[in-house]
Design a protein. Structure first.
Length: 120
């Protein structure tokens, strides 16, 4: 079975964006994803820097991955789990096994008006 993401049009560098209401205030995030089969890779970007996505998996409309954030010289593991009902992703993220933060990431449109996953 092919993932829902692989049914979306192929493009490059189209981001997903979110404003997260967190324990330390609102954080603006940009996510760029690449999907090969059920493997998810890509990057997260916020005011705290850019991180590679690890442990990424996409199955049907489920998505999960890990962001290893360097926050004030401390490694912080952030796990993401979500559902993809269409042009948004409903996420729950867990920060350092302490805080759970629900949020929604929206697909940004590129010049071509396509979605933000890069299926191969």
């Amino acid at each position: 079975m092919r993932s829902q993401l692989s049914r979306w049009p192929p493009i490059s560098q189209a981001p997903w964006t979110a404003a997260l209401d967190t324990q330390i205030g609102v954080q603006n995030y940009t996510y760029t994803f690449k999907v090969v089969g059920e493997k998810l890779t890509g990057k997260t970007k916020s005011e705290f820097g850019e991180s590679e996505i690890s442990e990424g998996i996409v199955k049907s409309d489920d998505i999960s991955f890990v962001e290893n954030l360097n926050y004030r010289r401390h490694a912080v593991r952030i796990t993401y789990k979500g559902k993809i009902p269409g042009d948004e992703i409903k996420f729950m993220r867990n920060v350092a096994d302490i805080f759970d933060e629900p949020f929604v990431a929206k697909a940004s449109e590129t010049v071509e008006g396509k979605w933000g996953f890069i299926p191969l």
